[in-house]
Design a protein around this ligand. Structure first.
Ligand SMILES: [Zn+2]
Length: 431
């Protein structure tokens, strides 16, 4: 240690310290594999390169003795770590893909050992700076080992932190057969970032009675409540003509779409003006010509009734377009995306209680945060598999400044080992 550098932060428990090296090695290995998904693709998985990581994971799981590890026809990795016979089967789930929001190719992670509390300038693009002054989560992690990309790509902690934590926990349990734990079913999914992560997830084949996704963020967050989500496609058909002879004939759908956007509330009901449990309508995409313009809206709220109000508002705005310009034809398609997972999880309070207890055992206090988005667990919970979302230690997801603390990731891996033990204990009857 050089003079003036802080002491390295310690790990939450001896188990976390023991897991840290294997965990970090795995994380760096997985992060280097490009697994970016693609929202515009029509294939499943959306990109074949996601399976490069899936296949590596199958190989590693088999080496750990999980002989049934296999790739399903849709690209999910499923594997079993047998456990106490009469304990409920517990699922641990993470996703291999990374967000399309920034490049995931050629990721070159940097480990900033014993973070000194200063700004971290990422060398590949010095404009990418992690400044503790505007990142309180970083400011309180002096002494932690902080992992970033070089600033030109995502780090991919979302969700390779979750993948590495599950793998490190499974590796440790497989090396310690004397430790009593529940039977574990492991799943590594694809295409979470495109919103299609569980489209072909076979709950019966998975066979877990309850599950957890490792796809949350900062240390301590425990997510049991997501948005309810709908997507709307508003199509405005005008009438295209040659602009040179358009007088009295042209009905320009681009202008009609602009009117609709301009009629949205300015100070409320948008992602940029809301937080916590406030919902929104969000024009996410517009494409068109004078002839036809299609607007894609995301409607989000934690409350189903309010979500319906947001959808009704957009329907009214669409109707207004037709009323003002009767020659236009406006259609609104509403697509259900996912429900708030809260209701399904509330029916299984022990699933949340066990997670809170696992957090406590690694010295982490559970902080309940409503997700302003979705998670694979939202659809799984609605389909009958209660699946809260646990922390991974990753931060600033979907950005070039994404980072993760090794100490926090090790805490998450240790927490998983504890959780597997809790479900084998007398205090945990079937969910
Ligand atoms: Zn994720």
């Amino acid at each position: 240690m050089t003079a003036g550098s802080p002491a390295r932060a310690s790990f939450v428990t001896p188990l976390a310290a023991e897991l840290a090296d294997d965990l970090l090695e795995r994380f760096l290995r997985y992060a280097a594999i490009d697994t970016q998904s693609d929202v515009d693709s029509t294939t499943y998985p959306s990109t074949a390169k996601q399976l490069d990581l899936s296949r590596l994971l199958i190989h590693e799981l088999q080496e750990l003795g999980l002989a049934d590890a296999r790739l399903t026809e849709h690209g999910y990795v499923f594997a079993t770590l047998p456990g106490k016979a009469d304990a409920p089967v517990v699922g641990f789930i993470a996703h291999v893909d990374t967000s399309p929001s920034a490049s995931g190719a050629g990721v070159a992670p940097i480990v900033h050992r014993s973070y000194d509390g200063g700004t971290l300038v990422l060398p590949g693009d010095p404009a990418q700076v992690l400044d503790p002054a505007d990142t309180p989560e970083l400011a309180i992690r002096v002494g932690h080992d902080i992992v970033t990309s070089d600033g030109t790509t995502l780090l991919g902690a979302d969700d390779k932190a979750g993948v590495a934590e599950i793998m490190a926990a499974v590796a440790w349990l497989s090396r310690h057969p004397e430790v009593v734990h529940a039977p574990l079913r492991i799943a590594f999914t694809v295409d979470e970032e495109t919103g299609r992560g569980t489209e072909f997830f076979d709950l019966e084949e998975f066979g877990a009675e309850l599950a957890y996704t490792l796809d949350g963020s900062g240390c301590g967050s425990l997510e049991v409540e997501s948005f309810s989500a709908k997507e709307l496609h508003i199509s405005i058909r005008g009438r295209g003509t040659h602009p040179g002879s358009a007088k009295g004939k042209l009905v320009n759908s681009v202008k009609l779409a602009a009117d609709l956007i301009a009629a949205l509330p300015r100070d409320t009901l948008s992602p940029e003006t809301t937080e916590g449990r406030e919902g929104f309508v969000h024009p996410a995409r517009i494409r068109g010509t004078a002839e036809e313009t299609v607007l894609t809206f995301l409607a989000r709220d934690h409350d189903e009734a309010k979500l319906d109000e947001h959808v009704a508002l957009l329907q009214r705005l669409a109707d207004d377009v037709e009323r003002r310009e009767p020659r236009a034809r406006v259609t609104v398609d509403v697509e259900f995306q996912y429900p708030n997972m809260r209701r399904a999880i509330d029916e299984h309070p022990r699933v949340v209680d066990a997670a809170v207890e696992a957090y406590r055992r690694v010295g982490v206090e559970a902080v309940f945060e409503p997700i302003r988005g979705g998670t694979d667990g939202a659809r799984l919970s609605a389909a009958g598999l209660p699946t809260p979302n646990l922390f991974t230690g990753g931060q600033d997801y979907h950005s070039l400044r994404e980072w993760a603390s090794v100490q926090d990731m090790a805490a998450a891996a240790a927490m998983l080992v504890e959780l597997a033990g809790i479900w084998a204990g007398p205090a945990a009857p079937p969910a």
